[in-house]
Design a protein. Structure first.
Length: 271
């Protein structure tokens, strides 16, 4: 995993915009989401500080590293977040809603004086407001090209398996083996603006769903298919320190089976 300013969704944290129609964990309460003020990655020498509006919505994030600083801004509409942008980048994200439900995310780039969408993700839900399909498209001068489709299976209300199939026939599988103890968090802190390998798990609607259940993935495994059989590539294990449902520390261990390598990253959270 690249040790960069935006380390990646698996080891980063997001804003709580769970839809009220979503099926809730019966044990969950309506406790206010604590305002995370700062995150630190001690071994990387990186920090992130967050600013909020008076209504509690996340508005700014400043990521600092020895190589520089990146500022991120969040804008909102009636249904939730509608934009994520950075003054240091020509690229950004916009979100669209239908009937109050998140339906699409566009990744755009400034092209001269205009903005051009070069990636699009669409989200499909079932009657219980569970994400059932995610489609990732590339947009270019020749039109819109479907890159991959992810489908979702749930056990006891939480995602258990995510299968991703590319247009070329390549298949990947994420199996979530364990979840955290109850924790109250803000999903936007987990959301990476880039479309990474683990975006099928760490996308906004699925993060919202898991936040509604006060859970985070604790152990999951990434597989590729060979001759129609899943072959383990990586294992992700998270050790969370949670006190009164507030996340204080996270230890992320990634085991890469292919190259027999282990990466460990610790993150601390300050409120």
């Amino acid at each position: 995993m690249k040790k960069q300013l935006f380390y990646g969704a698996t080891c980063m944290m997001g804003l709580f915009f769970g839809c009220q129609e979503d099926i809730q964990n019966p044990a969950a309460s309506l406790t206010t989401v604590p305002q995370l003020k700062r995150m630190e990655w001690p071994t990387l020498g990186q920090t992130a500080t967050f600013g909020y509006a008076t209504d509690g919505t996340l508005r700014t994030a400043k990521y600092q590293h020895a190589a520089g600083t990146i500022d991120r801004d969040y804008t909102y509409g009636a249904n939730g977040v509608i934009g994520i942008s950075s003054s240091q980048s020509l690229a950004g994200n916009s979100f669209e809603y239908i009937g109050g439900r998140l339906s699409k995310m566009n990744r755009y780039v400034k092209d001269g004086s205009a903005y051009r969408t070069y990636q699009t993700l669409t989200y499909t839900f079932n009657a219980h407001m569970q994400l059932t399909a995610l489609k990732f498209y590339k947009n270019n001068t020749s039109g819109t090209e479907l890159v991959y489709t992810s489908t979702y299976d749930y056990i006891s209300g939480l995602p258990a398996e995510i299968e991703t199939t590319s247009q070329t026939g390549r298949r990947m599988l994420i199996r979530i083996k364990q979840y955290s103890d109850e924790v109250i968090y803000n999903p936007l802190h987990f959301l990476d603006p880039e479309i990474t390998q683990l975006y099928p798990l760490y996308n906004l609607p699925l993060l919202q769903h898991m936040a509604n259940w006060n859970k985070l993935p604790a152990v999951f495994k990434l597989y590729r298919y060979e001759q129609n059989q899943p072959v383990l590539e990586k294992t992700y294990e998270f050790d969370y320190t949670i006190v009164n449902r507030k996340l204080l520390k996270q230890r992320c261990k990634i085991t890469d089976i292919e190259i027999s390598a282990v990466t460990v990253l610790e993150t601390t959270f300050h409120y």
